[in-house]
Design a binder for this molecule. Sequence first.
Ligand code: NAP
Length: 229
Amino acid sequence: MSSSKVVVITGVSRGLGRAMAEEFIQRGYIVAGCSRSKSAIADLTRQFGPPHGFCVVDVASDKDVKSWAEAILKSHGPPDLLVNNAAIINRNAPLWKVAAREFDEVIDINIKGVANVIRHFVPAMVERKAGVIVNFSSGWGRATDAEVAPYCATKWAIEGLTQALAQELPDGMAAVPVNPGIINTAMLRSCFGGSAFAYPTAEEWAKKAVPFLLQLGPRDNGQPLTVPG
Ligand SMILES: NC(=O)c1ccc[n+]([C@@H]2O[C@H](COP(=O)([O-])OP(=O)(O)OC[C@H]3O[C@@H](n4cnc5c(N)ncnc54)[C@H](OP(=O)(O)O)[C@@H]3O)[C@@H](O)[C@H]2O)c1
């Protein structure tokens, strides 16, 4: 078991997850990450070998998350920081034009995926009575816009789920819903189109976001926070 601090991040193949993984590693943390893209996971594994670990896991699968968590808890112990970052957004459309399958996928990943990760990682953190759980929310978890109703519904759910979880944790731990801000990633380009390019890159964002996440602690339990711009 390593004595360095362990950060678990979901959704590390691109965007904010990838940029955070690289920034945490640069700062000396051990990162365990997952995403569905086999090629991105192979690339991360080539770039960052042990003690870091990257696995192909779909967070929407409770079974796959269970196996992943068991392996990480065995090799690395309970995470000091667990970041539920993985999410998708619906293609821009009025709610009544979103097909049932697409709506289900957004719910399955953005809400049930977060619950799956919590179900399998948090008991070991609770047993140790230490660690911070960050669930990525959004500006659209506190306000709304047209054409992104399924995504808004999931991020409002994350705010509620995280605040309820915060009431269940023992002293010494924290669960925090964090709005990362507005960052030029594939997800932002999907909903903002070309205007996404006016916003910072994920790498620029991670330079501020990672120190912000690292200073979160029990005093922040249940507080809806935003990464400073
Ligand atoms: N960018 C912004 O301005 C912004 C604003 C507010 C909130 N956020 C939130 O920030 C987080 C990251 O967003 P982003 O902009 O970086 O999005 P992104 O560029 O689309 O990246 C999303 C990441 O999540 C992974 N992912 C998606 N579904 C998954 C699944 N079922 N299992 C495992 N991994 C999965 C993707 O990898 P695979 O496809 O390989 O699985 C990818 O690595 C999200 O929670 C998002 O809602 C972003």
